[in-house]
Design a binder for this molecule. Structure first.
Ligand SMILES: [Zn+2]
Ligand SMILES: [Zn+2]
Ligand SMILES: [Zn+2]
Ligand SMILES: [Zn+2]
Ligand SMILES: [Zn+2]
Ligand SMILES: [Zn+2]
Ligand SMILES: [Zn+2]
Length: 1771
């Protein structure tokens, strides 16, 4: 917040404070009934002192408590508040309801089995303690308004209480808790509540900026401090506000962001303080800057300090009141009643200084009505007060709800004009009242709630009407007020959610007022009827796409309301009758205007009068809510013994069934015409409308209802008339004439007619077959869902969410799927990570209808194909006949008459005649199939009629007439026109069906027919088919067997081909059998007795760019591997430690915590260096030509030299040169092996180091890196015994060689390039070839990468050499060889200097310079040390004169001794840091090695000045040390394998090698018995070890107050553990607040770093930070520190994984949490309980540990274009 200018006068405490005086005074005032005045007198002095002095918030709070709140509390209590409150607690009956008020993001749980509606929720505590945990529940996150419904008996069908709020306490509604309060307390509390609420409201609503309400003006003159107060609005963007502020009040960007954040969160913020003039100036600038582009300027007020102070206090007072009333139910009731009671008018008016004319009835009402005038934080606090007060008390809730309803229209009007979100509006409280069934019913009865809401909505609709009084939305009207008005549709839904179930629930008043609501609803539906009418466009395409979304949005929001209104109507006969009549009348009125004349239509001698309305050139609308509402009501008539013609339903103004038919039929015809391509010129708007009309979200109250209305009319009309009406509207009257088929005329329109005819028949099928609607057919709701599921699964097996998506939901958002799905389908789970799928049970396939009306055209053909395929495979007939439809209810029974009416028969015969005709222009197979399908339904009905003895339905007799339907069908058998199997099969099925029906009716005619049928239902074809199918199956099986046999042989013959792909390096095997030559001895890699390197032929590689093969050599063309170098913190043991001084960092001494390292990865693809260079240059040039704005957030960043591997598109940023194997580079003549004891070698080394340092010191060099030039070897040997000296010198016998060690220019260039890149990327610095650090980085990268590989193998329990993938082995080999040869291309002086300096860390010397530079032994990573010493030691005494000398490490004695030195130091590290924490020492075997080791251990500890508390047993110590040293040995084995080429022993390929330790020691020629490294090794060694232990730096480090010491064995890092139940995480983040905000505001996108577990406030301005010159979000910033730029996060509220790499790249991945169906839920949309999937999480862990995140991101960016638009740096 703003600070006062320095030196500004401020209020000083000049007033004496004496609490007892204050209380005494208040008591007097109170007795006189003037407490408010008394309080004001106190506030006018103390409020400015406390709140007007810019104290920090803690101090302010303290002062406020002392001078203001404490006195008030004590006054009320009349004694010690703590005592009084605890007494009150004793008589308190705690609210039955938990009432926990949710914070945004807090988890909520709704029981899908027991909740009355989905708004009923539990908080996590209640849920965990309830029985609903075992039910089907839904988890969600709260939007931040609402409270826990635990204990509300109306919210839950059963078990409304959790065990915390158990119902054992009998609630006694009769006792008024106020009566239990002591009388005097109640009196004082009443006065205080009224006065303080009055004061708070007055101040918060105060509109003046420099004056205070009467009685509050300060006594003395006050300093001129003004504040510039900036208010929130939804017009200006965050960025606009920030830039404006920077200009207007001259602040930094950071400060501006902070102001903007406060404004956004709290609704206002002080942005400047100073004199009135200064503030006015700032205000002017802000207003000027934000009023451009005709927008309203930002609201700014210049307010006096005292006004602001009083307002701050008033806000705190609201909170205080909430706190006080939660102390006891008596106080709460008292407060609520007082605030809702109308006070004596005079007092209030005086206090408010207004005329008493518009004085509102009560304080509470004033609060409600003031809502939109208050700023955000005030609103929120007041709503919280309401929730804790009026809404917690059942009695008061009712009163409050009444008041709320009374004000509803006014409140809504203001809400629509307001610009704050719904959740900070008082309107958001409606859900708390309207969803309570008893309350809603009471509000409808007493306050006409439905009418009130709907009328308010209709008022809002007025602005949207066109000249005909219809709703009409304008795409260009951006005013949000109508959108806001649609919140009312939720309110109406809430109010209707619980319908009255008992007849007693209905009172006459409820009926009357409910019907009032129906009338209002009809009014609304009437203005919607006929919206967005469209006329077919001919000639020109439509110029503008008409607006259509508004109408559909409204329809969508109204959907549930329509369902609920219908439900209510269906519960009571009186209501149903009245509602039906009202709807009929409303329809009549809406219809009058469009009434048209009728014309005569004739088909097959049947004449009827039909409406003249040509769908193809007159306006058509698919918004017909009135008609549909009538259809919905009609379904329930039968229940009350009513029909359309019942006298109860007669009204004068009603329409004929023919008129009712018209609107939905027109819509069907329009859609049919669209199918036939007649509406192509009407553009996408129409297609979208039709799409949504059929879509699962809308169809329930649109398409389905239209079909229902057609069925209703079909059941009411003469069937012949009905079909003629249909034909007329489809414009098919001419088609229905036999002469239509005579050739001639326009072929084009014929095609159209044929398609329309198909659609017409399709509609008939739907009308006859779709009976799965309770009320139409005798079915239950469950049957309906089952049928939907069956048809979904007939398309294909589906996952749970997929299936659910295709099903309609009820107003409680339930599909009802779980109840039935297991009956019809089987859930198959393929694996623990994949999603399971539902497979339809075979017996349900017979329910399949190919013409199912909810299929889209695509689904229809897909399902048909799937079903035919299934049947074909089973060798069954391919006919897809109609299933037996359920019986119709009596109301709809007449529909079947269509099937045997004359006109229908006419159509049957006509189509069959055309089928049989030689040539027919209007025939199509689709028509024929549909006709057969309808006949199939007719036969099903015939069977049913026979069974029921219903003789009025007689399809059969009519069909069997001479030259009738049946004979026509029989004639078609074998007809040439039917060449498709499916239609032939369907024909056969139909005839068989006829035969069955004939058997049922055992009349002679039938038997005769039966006989003739048998001859033509081709039994032969049937058996023939079966035979064929069986043969086909056998053939298939034979072929499959053959193929798999061939495959097996192929693999066996070409096994190498399957092991390696051609792009990897491959060794050319020579013909010689090498196995014979290698003696079967144990391989040793180091020292004079080392084994022979495996002789390998020259290695060949194929360039992936030019496809040429190339031999790998150092003199030929250089070959390179695509590689990616990144800085890594994956192995860090000090998470969060930063590489901050990059330019001064000394990488030589790598700390053992490995807090930073450089990692190299490669896809393993090989190229010529020049081929690569050309490719890379190309990429660069192409990218540079791209405009800048497209370059960002691409999958690779050319500024960082990134490119994608040309073969696999793997992310790369450099290349590694491939060096041939090192032994091939040694000079031919074998070097003579030297014999030199370790102790003597050490002596020489020590002398070298000490002397070199001394010399350097003498020279007084000023170099930062304390570079020591080694002294000449002669200096050293002179100091040695002669025999020793000779051998020592022999170690450095250099071979001057000018052939084999000579690198080609290309190779040198690539070696340098890779070294440069590793340096620049590894340290994030500018490249600098001259830096001595370049070569160090090359070595340490090699070490780090090996360590990371080793840890990964160890973590996965894999063997060291058995399971490294080839490409990784190639990479490590290349890296090691590169590190070994890079000394050849570096400045030899630097190599030598690095060597001496490195050794100086282990060699004691007196130089101050060294002590300053080199770290403590305990902090050195020994594997890095080993790697560097191995690579540099051979160069130690190289003579500068000769440049071509071989200084490659060979694994000779020199290397062996270096290894011994490093291992010794490492074991010292291990023994000194050994912490004994196991309790009992259980000595199983006495062990001499262990005992020796224990002795050494104690000796070392003593030397280091330590006294171990507990002494381990020798065996345990030995086991411990072995396990601790193992990682080092494993890394060393990898290193030396690649240096020497000596194959590691077979045991190291074995996953379960028990002797790994011994094997490693022998391979590395180390003593297996560790104690040998310490005992009898010579004086020099012993002295060295002693000097390590006794050094001061080590002792300091071991002292208790030093930083954390890394202990061994180093534990492999892993991502943080996650809880099994996802809701635990949601709960955890709900208590997480933005670390930047003062008042601990919630964070909008809490995001957890999975590397270190820290929670961050991501994607929010409040936590943006400046990072290297640009502003970034919290996650990006954290990744920079925690993961060297790379991060793995879990976005908790969205339930998704976020990966980040660098500032600009990132991607989202599916979370490792799955529901019971094996599916993830990104965004928590479905709300199913989620549990951790270990396998998925392991996969993510591996991704992180193997440094594959940048790569993964690049891939995702490449394949998901939506990721490229996200500004990752802001997350
Ligand atoms: Zn609760
Ligand atoms: Zn509870
Ligand atoms: Zn339950
Ligand atoms: Zn090439
Ligand atoms: Zn590749
Ligand atoms: Zn934040
Ligand atoms: Zn972290």
């Amino acid at each position: 917040m703003a600070q006062l200018p320095k030196g500004h006068p401020s209020y000083s405490v000049v007033h004496e404070f004496c609490q007892s005086d204050v209380l005494e005074h208040w008591k007097l005032c109170c007795d006189r009934g003037e407490l408010l005045d008394g309080l004001k007198r106190h506030f006018r002095v103390w409020v400015p002192l406390v709140f007007g002095n810019s104290h920090d918030s803690a101090k302010e709070e303290h002062l406020a408590e002392k001078y203001l709140f404490r006195p008030m509390t004590e006054f009320m209590c009349g004694g010690n508040p703590e005592e009084v409150f605890s007494q009150l607690k004793n008589v308190d009956t705690p609210s039955q309801i938990c009432g926990h008020v949710f914070k945004p993001g807090e988890p909520t749980y709704s029981c899908r089995d027991c909740a009355n509606d989905p708004t009923c929720v539990f908080c996590i505590d209640c849920f965990q303690n309830s029985s609903h945990k075992q039910h089907r529940y839904r988890m969600n996150t709260s939007g931040g308004n609402g409270y826990c419904d635990c204990g509300d008996t109306e919210a839950w069908k059963v078990e409304p209480f959790c065990s915390l709020h158990s119902s054992s306490m009998e609630q006694n509604d009769q006792v008024n808790p106020v009566d239990l309060l002591p009388v005097d307390l109640a009196n004082r509390a009443s006065a205080l509540f009224l006065a303080s609420l009055q004061y708070a409201i007055d101040l918060l609503m105060w509109k003046q900026c420099v004056q205070l309400p009467g009685g509050l003006d300060p006594e003395e003159t006050v300093p001129d401090i003004h504040h510039c107060m900036l208010f929130n609005d939804e017009v200006h963007s965050y960025d606009q506000v920030i830039t404006t502020l920077q200009r207007a009040v001259d602040c930094s960007q950071r400060e501006a962001i902070d102001y903007a954040t406060i404004v956004d969160r709290e609704g206002r913020s002080i942005v400047k303080s100073g004199t009135e003039q200064e503030c006015e100036k700032a205000k002017e600038i802000i207003e000027r800057n934000t009023s451009r582009h005709n927008s309203k300027p930002l609201k700014v007020l210049v307010m006096h300090n005292v006004v602001v102070a009083h307002q701050s206090f008033a806000l705190k007072l609201i909170q205080w009141l909430q706190n006080i009333i939660s102390k006891s139910d008596g106080l709460r009731r008292l407060f609520c009643l007082l605030s809702m009671n109308a006070p004596p008018k005079k007092d209030l008016c005086d206090a408010m200084e207004i005329d008493d004319v518009d004085a509102p009835a009560s304080l509470m009402e004033r609060v409600l009505l003031a809502d939109t005038q208050l700023w955000k934080v005030v609103r929120v606090k007041i709503h919280q007060l309401l929730m804790a007060g009026a809404l917690m008390d059942q009695e008061c809730k009712k009163l409050f709800a009444g008041m709320f309803t009374k004000c509803y229209e006014q409140l809504m009007k203001e809400f629509c004009l307001d610009d704050h979100d719904h959740d900070v509006s008082v309107m958001s409280l409606s859900v708390q009242m309207f969803t309570v069934p008893s309350l809603a019913r009471w509000l409808i009865t007493e306050y006409n709630l439905l009418h009130v809401i709907l009328q308010s909505f209709l008022t809002a609709c007025k602005q949207k009407k066109d000249k005909d009084g219809r709703l009409c939305f304008d795409r260009n009207d951006r005013s949000p007020s109508f959108k806001r008005a649609s919140y009312m549709l939720y309110d109406i839904k809430y109010a209707l959610l619980a319908r009255p179930v008992d007849p007693e629930d209905w009172s006459d008043a409820l009926r009357t007022n409910f019907l009032n609501g129906v009338v209002s609803l009809l009014e609304l539906l009437r203005v919607m009827q006929g919206m967005d009418g469209v006329t077919r466009q001919t000639g020109q395409h439509l110029e503008f796409e008409p607006e259509w979304e508004g109408a559909f949005n409204l329809q969508l929001k109204l959907e549930d309301t329509l369902v609920l209104f219908t439900r209510w109507c269906s519960m009571d006969k009186v209501v149903l009758i009245e509602a039906y009549k009202e709807t009929l009348e409303a329809l009549y009125h809406s219809y009058e205007t469009s009434k048209k004349e009728k014309g005569k239509c004739e088909v097959a001698g049947h004449t009827t009068k039909s409406m003249k309305y040509d769908v193809s050139n007159q306006p058509i609308s698919i918004h017909l809510p009135l008609t549909r509402f009538l259809a919905a009501l009609h379904l329930h008539l039968e229940k009350f013994d009513l029909t359309f013609h019942s006298p109860e339903l007669m009204t004068k103004k009603r329409l004929d069934p023919v008129d009712l038919l018209e609107p939905p039929l027109r819509a069907q015809v329009m859609i049919a015409q669209t199918q036939a391509g007649m509406w192509r010129r009407n553009g996408f708007a129409l297609l979208n409308q039709i799409f949504f009309y059929h879509n699962v979200r809308c169809r329930g109250e649109m398409y389905d209802r239209d079909i229902l209305m057609l069925q209703i009319v079909a059941s009411l009309l003469n069937p012949n008339d009905f079909i003629v009406h249909l034909l007329n509207k489809f414009n098919l009257l001419h088609w229905a004439k036999p002469e239509y088929d005579i050739p001639g005329g326009q072929e084009d329109s014929v095609r159209q007619t044929v398609m329309l005819a198909e659609e017409f028949l399709n509609l008939l099928i739907i009308l006859l077959e779709e009976r799965y609607i309770p009320g139409v057919g005798s079915v239950t709701q469950q049957d309906v869902i089952k049928r939907e599921i069956v048809h979904q699964l007939c398309i294909m097996p589906m996952a749970h969410s997929e299936l659910a998506k295709g099903l309609p939901v009820d107003p409680n958002s339930e599909t009802g799927m779980e109840d039935v799905v297991n009956e019809v389908a089987e859930f198959k789970k393929p694996s623990s990570t994949g999603k399971g799928k539902y497979d339809l049970k075979p017996e349900y396939y017979k329910m399949y209808c190919p013409y199912f009306y909810h299929y889209t055209k695509a689904e229809q053909s897909k399902s048909e194909e799937a079903q035919r395929k299934r049947k074909k495979q089973a060798g069954e007939s391919q006919a897809l006949p109609p299933p037996v439809p359920p019986p119709l209810t009596s109301q709809f029974a007449a529909i079947v008459n269509i099937l045997h009416c004359d006109v229908m028969f006419h159509i049957f015969k006509m189509v069959l005649t055309r089928t049989a005709a030689q040539r027919s222009r209007s025939w199509s197979e689709a028509q024929f199939e549909r006709i057969l399908y309808i006949i199939g339904i007719a036969l099903h009905e015939q069977k049913r009629a026979f069974k029921e003895g219903n003789t009025s339905y007689d399809f059969l007799t009519k069909a069997m007439k001479e030259d009738g339907l049946l004979s026509k069908l029989q004639c078609l058998v074998g007809n040439q026109n039917l060449n498709q199997d499916p239609s032939r099969d369907l024909l056969a099925w139909s005839l068989k069906q006829f035969a069955e029906v004939c058997t049922l009716k055992s009349e002679p005619v039938c038997l005769e027919t039966l006989h003739s049928l048998a001859s033509c239902t081709d039994q032969k074809t049937e058996t023939e088919r079966k035979r064929k199918a069986e043969m086909a199956a056998k053939r298939r099986a034979r072929v499959m067997a053959q193929i798999s046999k061939m495959q097996r042989n192929f693999i066996a013959e070409n096994s190498e081909l399957f092991d390696q792909t051609s792009t990897e390096l491959k060794t050319v095997t020579s013909d010689m059998d090498l196995g014979v030559m290698v003696p079967p001895t144990f391989p040793v890699a180091l020292g004079p007795h080392r084994s022979q390197a495996n002789v390998t032929g020259p290695i060949q590689a194929t360039c992936i760019l030019c496809q040429e093969e190339q031999e790998i050599s150092c003199s030929g063309k250089a070959m390179v591997l695509a590689a990616f170098v990144q800085r890594s913190t994956v192995l860090s043991q000090s998470r969060g430690k930063m590489l901050d001084k990059k330019d001064d960092y000394d990488p030589l001494f790598v700390p053992v915590d490995l807090f930073t390292g450089t990692h190299v990865s490669s896809c393993g693809h090989v190229m010529h260096h020049d081929c690569w260079q050309r490719y890379f240059d190309n990429v660069m040039n192409k990218e540079r030509r791209r405009p800048l704005r497209f370059r960002q957030s691409f999958s690779y960043d050319i500024d960082k030299m990134e490119y994608l591997c040309p073969l696999c598109e793997g992310l790369s940023n450099t290349v590694i040169p491939i060096v041939p194997s090192l032994p091939s580079l040694y000079p031919a003549g074998n070097k003579k092996e030297v014999d030199l004891r370790f102790d003597d070698w050490l002596d020489g080394i020590e002398k070298t180091v000490q002397n070199s340092i001394k010399e350097a010191q003498d020279k007084e060099s000023e170099d930062d890196f304390s570079l020591f030039q080694p002294c000449p070897i002669s200096t050293i040997t002179r100091m040695m015994a002669e025999s020793v000296a000779k051998n020592f010198q022999l170690l450095w016998e250099y071979v001057y060689d000018d052939a084999s060690g000579h690198f080609s220019e290309g190779m040198r260039e690539m070696l340098k390039k890779f070294a440069r890149d590793v340096y620049a990327f590894g340290l994030s610095v500018e490249p600098d070839d001259e830096s001595p650090r370049v070569s160090i980085l090359a070595w340490s990268t090699c070490a780090f990468t090996i360590q990371s590989v080793e840890q990964n193998l160890r973590g996965e329990g894999k063997s060291l050499f058995g399971s490294i993938p080839t490409r990784q082995a190639d990479l490590i080999g290349s890296l090691v060889r590169f590190a070994a040869v890079c000394s050849q291309v570096m400045n030899p002086d630097m190599v030598k200097q690095n060597c001496v300096r490195l050794l100086s860390a282990l060699i004691p010397c007196d130089s101050e310079k060294v002590n300053k530079g080199s770290p403590c032994l305990l902090d050195l990573d020994m594997f890095h040390f080993l790697t560097i010493v191995t690579m540099t030691l051979p160069s130690l005494y190289v003579d500068q004169q000769h440049c071509i000398v071989n200084t490659l490490p060979t694994g000779d004695l020199n290397n062996q001794h270096a290894m011994q030195l490093v291992v010794t130091a490492h074991i010292v590290q291990i023994l000194l840091t050994f912490a004994w924490d196991t309790e009992e020492s259980m000595d199983v075997e006495s062990d001499s090695e262990g005992e020796a080791l224990l002795k050494i251990y104690l000796q070392l500890q003593k030397t280091a000045g330590l006294t171990p508390e507990k002494v381990p047993s020798p065996y345990q110590l030995l086991q411990y040390v072995r396990s601790a040293v193992m990682p080092f040995l494993r890394c060393a084995a990898i290193l030396y394998f690649h240096i020497t080429g000596v194959s590691p022993p077979d045991e190291l390929h074995d996953h379960f090698c028990t002797k790994e330790y011994e094997v490693l020691c022998r391979y590395l020629s180390l003593p297996v018995n560790m104690s040998e490294l310490f005992e009898s090794v010579g004086d020099i060694t012993t002295a060295l070890i002693k000097s390590w232990c006794s050094s001061k730096s080590l002792r300091d480090r071991l002292s208790a107050n030093s930083e954390k010491i890394v202990r061994y064995p180093i534990v492999k890092n892993d991502l943080v553990p996650l809880p099994v139940d996802y809701s635990e995480l949601i709960n955890k983040v709900s208590t997480f607040t933005c670390p930047k905000s003062k008042d601990s505001d919630d964070s909008r996108a809490p995001t957890m770093c999975l590397v270190c577990g820290q929670m961050l406030c991501s994607q929010s301005y409040c936590c943006q930070k400046d990072l290297e010159g640009s502003s970034v979000g919290a996650a990006t910033e954290h990744a920079y520190f925690c993961g060297a730029g790379t991060g793995v996060f879990l976005r908790v509220r969205d339930c998704q994984i976020l990966l980040l790499a660098g500032k600009t790249k990132g991607c989202f991945l599916a979370p490792p949490y799955l529901d019971n169906y094996g599916e993830t839920d990104q965004g928590l949309r479905r709300g199913n309980p989620l549990h951790l999937c270990e396998e998925r999480y392991s996969h993510l862990k591996k991704l992180w540990f193997t440094h594959a995140i940048p790569e993964t991101i690049a891939h995702n960016l490449e394949f998901n274009s939506s990721f490229t638009t996200i500004e990752w740096q802001n997350l």
